[in-house]
Design a protein around this ligand. Sequence first.
Ligand SMILES: *Cc1c(COP(=O)(O)O)cnc(C)c1O
Length: 353
Amino acid sequence: MSFIEKWLRADIQAINAYHVPSADKMIKLDAMESPFALPDELIGQYLAYLADAQLNRYPNPSADELNQTLRELMDIPDDFGVLLGNGSDELIQLLALACETNDTILSVEPSFVMYDMIAKFTRLNYHGVALTKDYQLDLTSMLEAIDTHQPKLIFIAYPNNPTGNTFDRKSIETIIRSTDAMVILDEAYYAYAGDSFVMDIGKYPNLVVLRTVSKIGFAGLRLGLLIGAQATVAELDKLRLPYNINTLTQVSANFLLKEKAEIDQNAAIIIEQRQQLLSDLNAIVDLTVYPSQANFILFKASRAQALFDFLKENGILIKNLSSAPNLADCLRVTVGDYEQNQLFLHAVKKFYG
Ligand SMILES: *Cc1c(COP(=O)(O)O)cnc(C)c1O
């Protein structure tokens, strides 16, 4: 037995590491990144702005300017609190750290895998309630599970990853009202969805909303935010590690995220491309395509594994979910720009001949 095998918690050794496949020179449609890079005409200005960053000093501990930048970008009212994280993943972890031993995290299945993984890392219980066959919330099962498991945190991704849909709003409101748990609406894909729960924060003291800039063009910055009542944010802030948002992220975001018109326009292009891709995929008889309010599309494919491998051989990387529970034969593709989507479609059509 090696040193680490003797030393490490057995439950950590049993975890399958979160696997990120290599995507060197591939058309990368696996991770919901934006296809749009920084426009050339902004690069000079951006570098001049970065040159002022004082890397010998610790970052601004409360990232005040960035807080304001994000409020403006996302229309967050002044009377709500905002907590910043090094990606929203860090905020999910922070919420787990706020729990007590033996507390339970509840979510739905299939959904974002980090809810379950972070529960494992922090030794909390995790319970996933199955969605219906067409990936809707099963309200009766949810209410029963809440009653049985008395969760401390309930995560609902809205829109949901990897299914792409938003759940019924009334059902979510019923869940929020039915529980003492903190209910976290994870709006990583807010820019591509027609609805949000941010404005409901004033109505429900146990509701908080997570967002991120990862899916709107800035995955490399690692910047997420939790929006909630000011008193809630002030308490949770005690668990944030000092200086968690580094100087380069703060400075970059303060420059880049002020381009609200450009960011909104890019989201509009992706929504348009999504609608086109949905209808093009729907026309392929070997596929069952699920509706999407996000920047990706879930579809069931005959010979899913072979299609995934064929795309990879042709330089196109998507996400293979076909071995996950509830997702037999399912693949997920990120909506790219026009050219990437055409190359993807062309390859899928070629596969089915
Ligand atoms: C991508 C994603 C996140 C992670 O966002 P980061 O800010 O990059 O950590 C959180 N929630 C959901 C549902 C996601 O799909």
